[in-house]
Ligand binder design. Sequence first.
Ligand code: PEP
Length: 257
Amino acid sequence: MRKKIIAGNWKMNKDIHGTATLIQELRDRLKDFRGGAEIVVCPPFPSLVVAKTIIGDAPIRLGAQNMSHQDDGAYTGEVSASMLAAVGCTCVILGHSERRQYFKETNELVNAKVKKALAAGLTPIICVGETLEERESGVTDAIITTQVRGVLHELSSGEIEKVILAYEPVWAIGTGKNATPEQANDVHRHIRKLVSQMTSWNVAEKLVIQYGGSMNAQNAAVLLAQPDIDGGLIGGASLKSDAFMTIIQAAAEAVSQ
Ligand code: PEP
């Protein structure tokens, strides 16, 4: 049985005060949590240090939402993988559809970032997903294939073993319209098969593939019960500790069944 990992993508929400409050609330709610799912929070860059301090010894991993594909130097406004590791991040979201759409990130750029993240010891949470137009044209699997092959280009099996893939249909992000459990699981199965062709079944079977796209306290249990859905990347519902905690509980229960 693969572990389930629930990650909160806070996007451009919560300053240091809001971060402190939300993480403290999560800490309080986690006192009764008996484990069974891994938890990640990804606040904005300026909140990472405060977040790390307040997380303390709580079972919460810290992640960032993006990073540079460069190591250091004259890249105004950028943040490197080693800088993230130095403030206590162990994960980083890469290739989110908002980065692809608004900042023109390509599979090649995401691939370069993935390599730097792995070299710095970070777990990349790599996002892939089709647009509504692509789904309606029946090319979802082809789009996902291109994206997965692109972002994992030239990675060894040992490196692929360390990544998390997040299937996030673009039409489901922030829209309140989630993929059905069957739609999501079909794409997850496609991704796993593809990764098995690139590596081996052994690697593919261990690969954590999260679903993201309007996952919330109401629909999490049925999505997370699917055999190939190994967790969630959560936007809106990660900003409220009660909703996020309900999703974490749903993941833990799915593991215990
Ligand atoms: C996301 O941004 O990764 C996401 C899944 O957002 P939401 O849960 O709000 O759809």
